[in-house]
Design a protein around this ligand. Structure first.
Ligand SMILES: C[S@@+](CC[C@H](N)C(=O)[O-])C[C@H]1O[C@@H](n2cnc3c(N)ncnc32)[C@H](O)[C@@H]1O
Length: 231
């Protein structure tokens, strides 16, 4: 990984914001991911994220913290938060922005336990593919204190396969339609392609059942997205 995401976060934090990140997937063309969005304050966050932050209680783990926006908000409310990310740039910027407890760590290597685990901005993305969901869920479950909760958001991206007539062009022989190849570029450089999973609520609920987690929908977002609580 070249950590172009981290490079962009560093640039923005250091006042060198000249370009946005460019993203694309195997089923969609190029899109800009505006860097200011990655530094959003509570008032600029989608309602789903605001709701997740309102529901976060106790000792919190912010998984894939990015620039630390969610952790910073919770810290400002007096919560004890640990933020982790696999991006060196993200970890560095989170520290510089004031997140007190940040670690360069893959969620699968985390061993402490928490009352609330947050996975936000398509939190199921880090599971990468449908076949890995139960591995991640089992591990996340092992990090929960008694009565702990996982707050996670994702989207049902079936709508991305709709043609102009409203028909769907999903290939039923292919992999799950929410498994995408995700491409990112920044300032003319291409990141190593990665897998990114969008998981519809029904499949998340089924996967939760298989690992002994209860999955309830907390709310719908504005565009086929949802926030769920796993406990
Ligand atoms: C879409 S970004 C979201 C950043 C932040 N949560 C936000 O809402 O602005 C996903 C983040 O997850 C991190 N990430 C991906 N896989 C991870 C893993 N296995 N463990 C921890 N962090 C991971 C990425 O480096 C990236 O910073």
């Amino acid at each position: 990984m070249k950590d172009l995401f981290g490079k962009a976060l560093r640039d923005y934090h250091n006042g060198n914001y000249t370009e946005d990140l460019i993203t694309s997937t195997n089923i969609s063309g190029e899109d800009e991911l505006p860097l200011p969005y990655l530094f959003r304050s509570y008032s600029k966050m989608p309602k789903l994220e605001q709701k997740a932050l309102q529901l976060a209680t106790g000792n919190v783990l912010d998984v894939g913290c990015g620039s630390g926006s969610h952790s910073l908000h919770l810290q400002s409310k007096g919560s004890k938060v640990k933020a982790i990310d696999i991006s060196e740039g993200a970890v560095e910027v989170s520290k510089l922005r004031g997140v007190k407890h940040v670690a360069l760590k893959n969620i699968l290597d985390e061993t402490e336990t928490f009352d609330t685990i947050l996975l936000l901005m398509n939190g199921t993305g880090i599971f990468q593919e449908l076949s890995q969901v139960s591995i991640y869920l089992k591990h996340l479950k092992s990090l929960l204190n008694t009565n702990g909760q996982i707050l996670i958001d994702s989207s049902d991206i079936k709508y991305m396969y709709e043609d102009d007539d409203g028909g769907l062009w999903i290939d039923t022989n292919a992999n799950y339609y929410g498994e995408l190849d995700y491409f990112l570029s920044y300032k003319g450089e291409d990141e190593t392609p990665m897998k990114w999973l969008y998981l519809d609520l029904e499949r998340l609920q089924l996967a939760c059942e298989t690992v002994g987690l209860h999955c309830e929908k907390i709310m719908d977002g504005e565009h086929f997205d949802y926030l769920a609580r796993l406990s």
